[in-house]
Each structure stands twice: as structure tokens, then as C-alpha cells.
Design a protein around this ligand. Sequence first.
Ligand SMILES: [Zn+2]
Length: 463
Amino acid sequence: MAGGAASFPRRCRGVASAILALALAGTAHCETTVLSHFTLIDGTGKAPVADQALIITDGRVRWVGPAAKLKAPKGATVETLKGKYVLPGLIDSHVHLGLVNGITQDLKYQTPESIEKQLHLYAAYGITSVQTLGTEKDLIFPLRDAERASRPDMARVFTVGQGVVFKGSYGGVPGLDQSVATPEEARHMVDAEVAKGADAIKLWVDDEFGTLSSRMPPAISSAVIDQAHKHGKKAIAHIFYYDNAAELTREGVNAFAHEVRDRPVDAALLGQMKAKGVWQMAATLSREASFTYAMLPFLDDPFFARGVTPEVIAELRSPERIKRLGSAPNFPKYGPTLEKAMRNFAAEAKAGVRYGMGTDSGPTARFPGYFAHWELELMVKAGITPLQALTAATGHNAEFLGAKDIGTVQPGKWADLLVLDKNPVANIRNTRTIHEVFIAGRKVPTIWQTCTDRPAEACGTAR
Ligand SMILES: [Zn+2]
């Protein structure tokens, strides 16, 4: 993505005369929007600033500052947002797209149409960018490239392509051939994903509570990481165990896509992560929390229900499903796993390990968009401030992605914006009070304007 203030279209600045306007007709299209009198949370970590304004031209922020200093360009669409809060669109650093139809998971449902539907849903929830982590067919690349060549009206995609799985071990999805048995195969797979256009490289190191006979060995993980780095790409690892986190940190991994969940992290690991610049890119607390319920606790919440069909809600309520989940052998393990994840996230944040926000939504019953709001809430519950959680989901996630033109509200960046009715710094649950969502300067339908597969009046309005 081209970035920086330099890419701002100069030809749009101050069309001063009718003659100039005539000369530009047909060559330059200037679309200017002014938003004013809002409180700005700019994504850098800075405290909210009252009574701000911004000018958007052709999708990018052109100017931002005190409303008193605003010079609205002639012909601009002006919107007053008194009492509202403007922040950068949220970024979910860990998602999987197009895996489900309702809550039935099967790769056969992964089509450009199903992916776009989910990207629109993310956008409705104010998630204006996502990073897919390794279960997408190659169709993700042209879709991403088309977005980057335009002004999209759905969440922007970053992708690792297909992640690397050790043969017979944990990771990936049925139907995608993504397993390797030797370091050579691992390096070839990394080469192939980079050649297709992967933004980063993903690997899985886990054994599903010891139910699988192996985890990816260091000979393979170190080859994946080294080969990713040869291409200038970051290596992102799915982990579960402390020992694997420590080994991968030694090997130079760039980020973890989940928390250590078998035992507490300690000063030795935290120190190594900091020294080597390893990010806790996603804590996926909402993922861990969702597993602790045989029936999810938010089925009556309109903020959730608007995004899914009535059939999905009925299935989630089905006594058969509740019985099956509640009696699964691993079910008792999920509560302690969530607890460890929350404590380890808090310990990392306190120690100064860099962190982003990511949910691992997309697999069955882990819902696009809604889970990002739940994740922010759980991050705060774990022990960081709402402002830190919002910064993780905006400026910091963009920094990790290397995406220079999203994540903060600053001149030259895309006007990907989330406008809220209530202050999310006062209460993180106020991220749900979505007033408007902008992507590249244009409004997209919000979740409060969405009522999936029902007449509009059938969805509740409680905020
Ligand atoms: Zn995942």
C-alpha cells in the first residue's frame, strides 16, 4: 500500500478558479468531506482530544486539528459530530475467512462471495482491516490486490496465504495441502507463499492438549522463520506451550498469534521476548473465552444477533449442541486455559512486550467483528486500560503489519474511521455504540443498520 503524505493528490488542493476547475474536469475527481466538533482518539496512544475536526479528500485524511482552526474547503460535505468520538478503524490481526456457512465449517464454503460477505460484516462492526492467518485458498490474493488498487467498501485484507503445518501435527484446515515433513519442504513452501504474494508467514506449533503425537520440531520451525526473513517477511507462530514460545523466540520468530496457555510466563521469557522484539500480536482471549461456554452468553444481545441469521442463533441454543460441547473431554480444560491466557497477557503488557489485538475469529462459532469488541473488553479485564486496548487495535496493529497508511488518524493516511456515540476510553464497552464507519473516506453500513436475513424491524436496538 502506497503510504505517506506524499501520496496526497496535490491536484485537489484548492481549485481556485473556474478556469482551473474546467482544466481539471475529467482528469481529477475531488471528493472532500469535513467532520467537525468530535473528540479524537488518534490511535497513537495519545489521550482523547476534544473539539477536533478533519478534512478528507479522495479517501485520505488531508488535515486534522482543532475545530477552531478548520478551514473547510469550498464544496465540501460538512458533518458536525458534536458529542461523538472518532478513532481509526479497528484492525483484527488474527482472522480466518470464508470457513463457515452459518456455524457449519467446511472449506467448500470458501468463495470470493463468502469472504466478501464477512469483510462487509467486519466493516459493519468498525473493523476496517483484518489479517488472515493461514487457511485461505489462493483466491485471497487477487481479492486483496483488487482492494489495494481501489477504495474498498469492506475491510482491507492482509494475508499470510497458507500457513505451514508439520505433517501429522496441529494446524491448517482439511482440504488445503499445507503440510511439510522436512526443512527443505518448509523452505519451499515459504518460497511459494511469498511468490504468491504473502504479506507474512504463519506456522503452527501445537498438539491440541497432547492429543496429537507431535509438534512442529525446531529443525522445521527454524527453517520456516529463516526463510521468511530471507524474503523480508515476518514469521508469526501459533503457540500453546511455554517451551515452544521460548524456543521460537530463540529462533527469531516475530510474533505469537496466541498466548502461552500451559503455564505462567516468567521473567526469563518476557526478557527474551523484549530483547528480540517478539510481539504478542494477538492474545485471542475471546477465542479462549468462547470455548468455556456450552452456550454462548450473548445470544440475546442485538449487537451480536444483528450479524447472524436466526438459524445460527437457534443452532447455538440447541440442547443437543449444548450437551455435546459441555461433555467434550477438553471442555473442563478451557476455563483454566482462559485464565492463564489472561494472566500471561497482563504480565506481557506490564513487562513492556509489544502487543496488538487479534481474535482468531472465523472458525465455527467465533464470529467476525463481534469477537473484536469482546476481545477489547477481555484485554481490559485482564489488566490494561481501554486506551491501551484501542491503541493495540489501531496504531500498534498497523505498525506490526507494516501498513503505513492505516491505524492512526493523521494527514496522508486512509480515512478508515470509527465514529462512536459514547467514550470508549471511559468504558471499553462503548466501542459498541457505533454511529458511523468510514473506509477510505466513505460511509459503509454499520451493524446497527444491519439485520441479517430478517426484516429491519426484527432486530433489537439496545446499545
Ligand atoms: Zn487462527
